[in-house]
Design a protein. Structure first.
Length: 392
């Protein structure tokens, strides 16, 4: 797996390589020179600062952190060149992501579009008989402003966008859908929805369960693949023939492999069409202080390549469901906060949307690099070289 540039037209260089301590120090200096971020080991937070993050705290398990780059994006919120931190225990992942990013950079960068931001909590109300459903739905629709006022009274930043009503058997699911601003918002929507549901229960007499499971929280589903939960964003890049040659592939070979991958995806009943979206998401979520359990629902991405002019390819990857934020939770931890600052995603408006685009673009770079490794026949060689510890 080569990680050299094929020309010198990209302003930012790649991270220095090597596995020795002096190589790690060179990379830390490179990050400081490139981004202004000092990667000294941050002091761990005091135990009382971990309230709301973990219980029964006893210590820390160090997880190695790396950087990949240059990630060149022209997006709705993310614009420019980024050095991206990631945490992983899988050899080859960092080099593979870096190779994909460099391919994108050689093509002039990738384009990203933020599509939506909607996080839901879906309580279910119980009817004694199905004949009670119409009156209950009518009450909810007539009193939606009052319900919204109750929900939004619990949060300074969250806004209830709408309530979708789904009757199922003798239950009525109320899918409360929020804009959570820069927060991932899982706790926000839970607390807000509970207050709203108590108001509904008091007025209608129908009991409820705060989470019916309909919103597919931390579970992959066709609903989240179609409608999304959290942020949704799409990445697009056009790779000329010379970039494909650098990756060791041709447009024809990629299209042939894609046909096979789509057939096998249908045969196994998979959700989405991607090779390993969970890999990139997990590494990025750990580095940025996100809830890694959300990878279960967030990895239902769709990737696709189509022929471009002069034997090139246009590649697109859509992530319909990204449950991420830049405030609250693990983003309060010193190292994770520093990593968010490295990519400019902290306190400014729409920082979480910018982070979503960076995560989509970085994950897409890793996705395409693996695609190229499989198509070019270098997949096993790369893992044999970088995925094992060599004997001293």
């Amino acid at each position: 797996m080569s990680v050299d540039f094929i020309n010198d037209t990209v302003p930012m260089t790649k991270p220095p390589g090597g596995f020795r301590e002096k190589d790690s120090e060179r990379r830390r200096k490179w990050v400081e020179e490139t981004t202004g971020t000092i990667l000294d080991e941050p002091l761990p937070p005091e135990a009382d600062q971990l309230r709301g993050i973990i219980e029964n705290h006893v210590g820390y398990v160090p997880v190695p952190m790396a950087v990949a780059g240059p990630l060149v994006i022209d997006g709705t919120y993310a614009k420019g060149e980024f050095v991206v931190p990631l945490c992983t225990l899988e050899g080859t992942l960092v080099l593979s992501m870096t190779r994909g990013m460099m391919a994108f950079a050689q093509a002039g960068g990738c384009r990203t579009v933020h599509l939506r931001q909607e996080l839901s909590r879906s309580p279910g109300f119980v009817m004694d008989s199905v004949v009670e459903i119409p009156a209950f739905i009518d009450w909810v629709r007539r009193h939606e402003p009052l319900i919204r006022q109750a929900a939004e009274s619990t949060t300074r930043h969250g806004k209830l966008i709408r309530i979708e009503i789904v009757p199922l058997q003798h239950f009525v699911i109320l899918d409360f859908i929020y804009d959570t601003a820069n927060a991932a918002g899982q706790n926000m929507v839970t607390i807000a929805t509970d207050v709203a549901c108590k108001l509904i229960q008091e007025a209608t007499g129908h009991r409820y369960y705060l989470e019916s499971g309909y919103n597919s929280d931390k579970k992959p589903s066709r609903r989240n693949f179609a409608d999304g939960r959290g942020h949704a964003a799409v990445m697009e890049v056009t790779l000329p023939k010379h970039v494909l040659e650098y990756m060791g592939v041709t447009a024809h070979a990629v299209m042939e492999f894609q046909q096979m991958a789509q057939v096998t995806s249908h045969a196994m009943g998979g959700l989405g069409t991607n090779l390993h979206a969970a890999n990139g998401l997990t590494a990025l979520y750990l580095a940025f202080g996100q809830d890694t359990a959300c990878v279960a629902e967030n990895a239902v991405a769709m990737s696709q390549a189509i022929p471009a002019e002069n034997d090139g390819l246009t590649c697109r990857v859509t992530f319909p469901s990204l449950t991420i934020g830049t405030v609250g939770g693990g983003t309060r931890l010193p190292a994770q906060r520093r990593n968010l600052e490295m990519v400019g995603c902290t306190d400014e408006p729409f920082a979480s949307r910018k982070l979503a685009e960076i995560i989509v673009a970085a994950s897409a770079a890793l996705e395409f690099s693996l695609l190229a490794a499989v198509v070019s026949g270098t997949f096993a060689q790369a893992h044999a070289t970088y995925g094992r510890q060599k004997k001293r």
